[in-house]
Design a protein around this ligand. Structure first.
Ligand code: GLY
Ligand code: MN
Ligand code: MN
Length: 519
């Protein structure tokens, strides 16, 4: 068989050259790097082996005959006014400074295949947008405040053929928003991200901070700025920006609380799905549970907010068991720790420990009730003005009391707590902030987070657990291989807290009744 265009270029790189296709340069590329990119990695022109050459006639044919699909009456995103307030807070915190917040890049899985993209939490929080390679830029104004620009990859150009010849062309990956559409949706001035590095370099000198860790190209472009060479580049200065953005997420606004409730409600439905198919899981493996929950997450949300933990029997004693390749036995307890992430990227984080048979054995019930009591004590300690640590301390005290009562630890309880001995069997902290990240606000300062006070609008998990490892000779044989965690998502209210995940039962007898009703 002969090639349709045997005299034409046979290399995809040449194809782009022949047709003058501008490859998708990444923000921060120098012109030279962009050239190299065009021939190598980032543009990733598709080669399917059949259509390797492009005649001038075909190139011409592809340019025209396309309808104008510009969306001129787009309403702003629901979250746009909330994101604007966050940007105003950021602007006020860093007067006179240039701030650069990248969304991050696609990561290659192999060749021209990428991992699913998830925009950086900082970028999403400040824009509501999730576009790969995007950069949010705050330019200080002489008169005070900042000019804010979102640098985005616009719609693919039809003239130069990139829409069908470039690996990130719209014909391959789907329609993007035009810059005008993005401006209407986000309420932010938008510019072409391919011009970012050049425009940045042309700006007057200003102290600059960048959120590191998301986009090496953007960081390299920032590193070229004269101010960076003059001591501006101290890692602590960039870290301060990231810390501020982490703390900006500690208290959720009303829109975020709605998103988190949506995430939790989908998660409740995902747990119900799992209970309905437990017999299929017994016939297969924990993977059936993971797949069932994750189906709900993909249908109703963006994805799961973290790797689903579907841990049956002794696997429940492995805290982050995500292999999920073990058997599910009728006498087991199933520990399912899972959360749906909404399309706006807010995640739930919920755990239930369920008897696969539908009924707890006496010994399972004893452990379950201890964890339940600890969780009750923890939830009761969540209220505005309480020290953050109070709910952890309250739950740990209950666990320590039971461990002493059962003869697993020598009392008194105060001594156990002081030395932290209960941790042999409970291992982890009792909870964490929840939001766009499952472990949200992770770089907030100690004084504002773990040593801080709870405020209305904070959302956190309360998730005590007890884990008796299968090879732990310090516990009676009947306890070995039992792991129980109960995890709920709670929001601090004006006078206490509300359990957002109360759509799922927690008390052992309620769990049994609920399971019987679903099977
Ligand atoms: N799913 C992880 C956690 O509970 O923190
Ligand atoms: Mn969890
Ligand atoms: Mn958690």
């Amino acid at each position: 068989m002969t090639d349709a265009h045997p005299t034409e270029a046979t290399d995809a790189g040449d194809v782009t050259d022949t047709t003058g296709t501008a490859a998708t340069a990444r923000p921060g590329d120098t012109p030279a790097a962009a050239d190299a990119d065009e021939r190598q990695t980032a543009s990733k022109p598709r080669k399917n082996g059949l259509y390797r050459g492009v005649s001038d006639e075909l190139a011409e044919l592809m340019k025209t005959g396309w309808a104008d699909t510009e969306l001129r009456d787009l309403a702003p995103l629901e979250q746009a006014p909330y994101a604007a307030k966050r940007r105003a807070a950021l602007s006020a915190r860093f007067p006179g400074e240039r701030l650069v917040i990248p969304a991050g890049n696609l990561r290659t899985r192999s060749n021209d295949t990428e991992y699913p993209f998830r925009a950086s939490t900082e970028y999403v929080h400040l824009t509501g947008d999730q576009t790969q390679d995007a950069v949010l830029h705050f330019e200080p104004r002489a008169a005070g405040g900042h000019d804010v620009t979102a640098y985005l990859l616009p719609r693919s150009d039809r003239e130069n053929g990139e829409f069908w010849l470039d690996g990130q062309g719209e014909l391959w990956v789907g329609r993007r928003h035009s810059l005008g559409e993005a401006e209407r949706l986000l309420g932010i001035a938008c510019r072409d991200v391919r011009a970012f590095a050049e425009e940045l370099a042309a700006l007057p000198a200003a102290p600059t901070r960048v959120v590191r860790g998301h986009d090496a190209g953007v960081e390299a472009a920032v590193a070229e700025l004269p101010s960076r060479a003059e001591g501006d580049a101290a890692p602590e200065r960039d870290a301060e920006l990231k810390v501020f953005l982490s703390e900006l997420r500690l208290v959720k606004d009303d829109w975020e609380l709605g998103q988190l409730q949506n995430a939790v409600d989908s998660t409740v439905r995902g747990f119900e799905d799992v209970v309905r198919v437990l017999d299929r899981a017994v016939a297969t493996s924990e993977r059936y549970i993971e797949g069932t929950f994750n189906l709900r997450a993909r249908v109703e949300g963006n994805d799961v907010g973290y790797g689903t933990i579907a841990a049956s029997g002794p696997n429940a004693c492995t805290l982050h068991w995500v292999r999920n390749d073990g058997p599910v036995r009728p006498g087991d307890l199933l520990l399912l720790d899972a959360g749906v992430e909404t399309t706006t990227l807010y995640t739930a984080d919920v755990t239930r420990t369920l008897p696969v048979s539908g009924t707890f054995t006496a010994v399972q019930r004893r452990v379950y009730d201890a964890v339940f009591d600890a969780q009750e004590a923890g939830i009761a300690a969540v209220r505005p003005g309480a020290p953050y640590r109070a709910f952890h301390d309250a739950a740990q005290r209950v666990l320590a009391e039971r461990l002493v009562e059962w003869g697993l630890l020598d009392g008194p309880v105060e001594r156990v707590l002081e030395l932290g001995l209960q941790r042999r069997y409970t291992l982890h902290g009792t909870g964490h902030m929840l939001g766009l990240d499952v472990h949200d606000c992770a770089v907030a300062r100690t004084e504002t987070y773990v040593d801080g006070e709870l405020l209305p609008g904070m959302v956190l998990t309360v998730e005590p657990g007890l884990y008796f490892q299968p090879d732990d000779l310090t516990v009676p044989e009947e306890l070995r291989g039992i792991g129980v965690r109960i995890e709920d998502d709670v929001v601090v209210t004006a006078d206490g807290c509300r359990v957002m995940s109360d759509g799922l039962p927690r008390r052992a007898e309620d769990v049994e009744r609920w399971m019987a009703g679903l099977r």
